[in-house]
Every structure is written in structure tokens, then in C-alpha cells.
Design a protein around this ligand. Structure first.
Ligand code: NAD
Length: 422
């Protein structure tokens, strides 16, 4: 799944191709395209880190703000060996449309460091994070650009960024609103940890209602068992769906009668992987994506389903918990097969929605209980789903195009009303 080598499409190519399709459908002028198609700001930073051995290693980090017409840039930070500037640009663009789809007052941004955090000690991870945070300090801030966790970053990483920002910019006085997805003890929100998975399940519930399918008893396959994938699996398990296969970067596990997800999560916590889970068979990544099921949830990285393997996919619904897991060729093939797609900028928007709630609580110095967070999240996700599905039905366009039209249309509208400065 190397986004640069294994397919001819990089994530950014996919983002641009989907942009043009939606811009055509919206009949956006060339002037408007010139204003919203390209990143507003890109920062590349050198991140030298003192390793435990005493040597200094350098890493490269990025922060991209795609668009801030509707509000501060918002988007996660990814630590992964395959992070490239192009990937971060794609992810930042998708964040802009995503925040507009769920109608929250944010623009889109994203950050990343090309590194393998699995090889770091806790000290190395902290030093890398603080140095990267100092590098992107000119861009971030509660009214400018608000990072959050993404692949291989977590609440602890967010706490280090919040602390670094507070130390350098405010002489140590805490500024919790500079990042979201923080631990509760530094101003995190109840419900943020499971928000992405919960949002995935709300869009699945709404899709099942739309398609007259039942989630209870539905066979589910999940690719990627991190925050987004494992919580989606856990919540679906509690809806009595049968999660028959999951995988992570080390391998996959399968049980035709359904995996015991709470136990599998404990196994992953203990061993670092789903591999070797008692009572399951091993399954390769290719075989997992080709399993017969009702719901397939790609929850890992971009370009998981491409023109090469899409014909083998045998599912009724694809719920994109990951960002950009399907290429445009895969979209076309799955649409021909009658697969119902819940596109990423709708499906996984629960994470940024509760990040928004966290930021609102920080800015108001308030704390909501988990029920308030969950109820508000459900309302936002169901409204966004209805708006996208209505466009899909009324305009007879794919769900991907409908979501892009809704998100990009809102960004274009704000841009037109604000006008061009100077
Ligand atoms: P994570 O770091 O918690 O988990 C990533 C998971 O993917 C791990 O289990 C890892 O082993 C697995 N993985 C990596 N390479 C794989 C491969 N080739 N095949 C199968 N599994 C593989 O990350 P996450 O936060 O769950 O993010 C996953 C996806 O969800 C990303 O596309 C991310 O942008 C998207 N997303 C996350 C959030 C969030 O709130 N965390 C919100 C919206 C979207």
C-alpha cells in the first residue's frame, strides 16, 4: 500500500481528480477553482532529534493549510515512514471539504513527519514531537490552525504539542485549545477517543435505513485495527454485527462466525498486533479485502482498493473510515457492481466533529459530559448523511461526488461572499 509506488495514483492525484469532478458538477468558474484548489500555506521543517544512542538523526516534517475561508485550519498529524508532502497536501484538502460537509467552522489542514515511530523510545518520540511542534509553531494556534491525532500519533503526542506551545508562546500558561484529541487531564473531551468509530457507525446505521439492510447480523470486514478501525469494530460488535475479519500492518485474522472484538482488542494491547489471536485463522491482506461480506471498512491508509483489486471486493457497503482508501478507478468499479459507498469526508467526520466540540469546550472553559458529546455527534452525523444522500438521489450522482459537492460548494460559497483580498 505504498502510495507512491504500488499504484500510479498518489493520494494528491486522487484528491485533484475528485476536486475537478466536483468542480465540474458544481459548475465552478475557473476563478473560483484558482482560489480553492491549491493549498494556502505549506511549511516544511527540519526535525533534528537526539537519539538515545547520542547521535542526532534528522527527519522531515510538514504542515499544510489547504483553506481557511470558513475557520482556522484543522487536521491531524501523521507519523509514518511513507509520509510525503503530496500525501499531506491531499489530506489537508480533504479536511477542508470534510469540515464543510459536517458544517463546522473550520478550514482544512494536515501535518506529518516522515519517520517510523514504532522504532522510537518514549524519550525519542517526545523529543521528535517537541522539535516538530517548535518547527510548526508559526502556523498553529487556537484561532489559526489546530492539530489532532492521526496515524501513529495519540493523545500523549497532543499533550506534548500543547505543552510546547504553552511554554514557548505563553510562558507556560496553558493553552489547551491549540490541539484536540488531548488526554482528559489536559483539557481533552469525553468521547473524543471513540468519536471517529462512533461517527462511522452512525453513517452505517443511516445507510442501512436508506438501503433497508440490517446491521444486526451483518458480516463486517475491517482493514486496519487502530483508533478508527478497532472502535468501529467494537461498536458494531455491540450492535450484534459479525466482525469476521480484521488486520493491521503485521497481518490479519479471520473467523467465519465472528471475532470476539473486546478480547481481540486486549490481545492487540498485549502483543502489539491482532496476529495470533486464539480461535482465528490467519488471512492475507488481499484475501481479507476479497471476503464476502455486507460491510467493508477500510480503516488504514490511502489507496487500499484500486483498479487492480476492486473487482475482487464482494460487499454491499464500503464505509471509508480511512482517508482516501479508494482510488477513482476503484470507485467506478464498485459503483458498477452496485456497492453503496459512504465516502471518507462523511464517514470518518465524527473525529473532527468531536475535536470541534473539544475546542469549543476549551475556548469556553467548560466540560460537557459524554452523553452531551454523543448526542450532539449523532445529530451532526445524521444531518450530514441526509444532506449527502439527498444530493446523491436528487442529482443522480455517486455518494463520493455528492459529498464533495456539498463540502466544496460550501467552501466556494464562503469564498465568494468574502471576496478576493486585496
Ligand atoms: P492508528 O495509528 O490508530 O491506526 C492505524 C492502523 O492501521 C494500525 O492498526 C496499523 O497497524 C494499521 N495499518 C497500517 N498499515 C496497514 C496496512 N498496510 N494494512 C492493514 N492495516 C494497516 O490510526 P487511525 O487514527 O485509526 O487512522 C486510520 C485511518 O483513519 C487514517 O486514514 C486516518 O487518516 C483516518 N482517520 C482517523 C481519525 C481519528 O480520529 N483517529 C479521524 C478521521 C480519519
Amino acid at each position: 500500500m505504498n502510495t507512491q509506488v504500488a499504484t500510479k495514483h498518489t493520494a494528491y492525484d486522487v484528491a485533484l481528480e475528485n476536486f475537478e469532478m466536483a468542480a465540474d458538477a458544481l459548475e465552478l468558474s475557473e476563478d473560483m477553482r484558482a482560489m480553492i484548489k491549491y493549498p494556502e500555506r505549506i511549511l516544511i521543517v527540519n526535525v533534528p532529534v537526539r537519539m538515545d544512542t547520542g547521535e542526532i538523526k534528522r527527519f522531515e516534517g510538514y504542515r499544510v493549510q489547504h483553506n481557511t475561508a470558513r475557520g482556522p485550519a484543522k487536521g491531524g498529524i501523521r507519523y509514518h515512514p511513507e509520509v510525503t508532502l503530496d500525501e499531506v497536501k491531499a489530506l489537508a484538502m480533504w479536511m477542508a471539504w470534510k469540515c464543510a460537509v459536517v458544517n463546522i467552522p473550520y478550514g482544512g489542514g494536515k501535518g506529518g513527519v516522515t519517520c517510523n515511530p514504532k522504532e522510537f523510545s518514549a524519550g525519542e518520540l517526545e523529543r521528535l514531537t517537541r522539535r516538530y511542534a517548535v518547527g510548526i509553531l508559526p502556523l498553529i494556534g487556537p484561532t489559526q490552525d489546530i492539530p489532532a491525532p492521526d496515524v501513529y500519533t495519540n493523545p500523549q503526542v497532543m499533550a506534548w504539542i500543547m505543552d510546547t506551545y504553552s511554554m514557548v508562546k505563553k510562558e507556560g500558561y496553558p493553552v489547551p485549545g491549540v490541539v484536540t484529541g488531548k488526554p482528559l487531564s489536559v483539557g481533552g473531551s469525553h468521547g473524543r477517543h471513540e468519536a471517529t468509530g462512533r461517527g462511522v457507525v452512525h453513517t452505517l446505521e443511516a445507510s442501512c435505513e436508506h438501503l433497508r439492510l440490517r446491521l444486526k447480523g451483518a458480516k463486517v470486514v475491517v482493514q486496519g485495527f487502530g483508533n478508527a478501525g478497532s472502535i468501529s469494530a467494537l461498536l458494531l460488535d455491540s450492535h450484534q454485527s459479525l466482525v469476521i475479519a480484521v488486520n493491521d500492518s503485521r497481518g490479519g485474522v479471520y473467523n467465519k462466525d465472528g471475532l470476539d472484538i473486546p478480547k481481540l482488542m486486549m490481545h492487540k494491547e498485549r502483543t502489539g498486533s491482532v496476529v495470533g489471536f486464539p480461535g482465528s485463522e490467519a488471512i492475507s491482506s488481499d484475501d481479507l479485502l476479497a471476503l464476502e461480506c455486507d460491510v467493508l471498512i477500510p480503516a488504514a491508509l490511502e489507496n487500499a482498493v484500486t483498479g487492480e483489486n476492486a473487482r475482487g471486493v464482494k460487499t454491499k457497503v464500503v464505509a471509508e473510515a480511512a482517508n482516501g482508501p479508494l482510488t477513482p478507478e476503484a470507485d467506478a468499479i464498485l459503483e458498477d457492481k452496485g456497492v453503496f459507498l459512504i465516502p471518507d469526508i462523511l464517514c470518518n467526520a465524527g473525529g473532527v466533529t468531536v475535536s470541534y466540540f473539544e475546542w469549543v469546550q476549551n475556548e469556553q472553559h467548560m466540560s460537557w459530559d459524554v452523553y452531551e458529546v454523543q448526542n450532539r455527534l449523532e445529530r451532526v452525523m445524521k444531518v450530514a448523511f441526509t444532506e449527502v444522500v439527498n444530493l446523491h438521489v436528487d442529482r443522480k450522482v455517486s455518494m463520493r461526488l455528492a459529498a464533495n459537492m456539498l463540502g466544496m460548494g460550501r467552501v466556494a460559497e464562503t469564498t465568494a461572499v468574502r471576496g478576493l483580498y486585496p
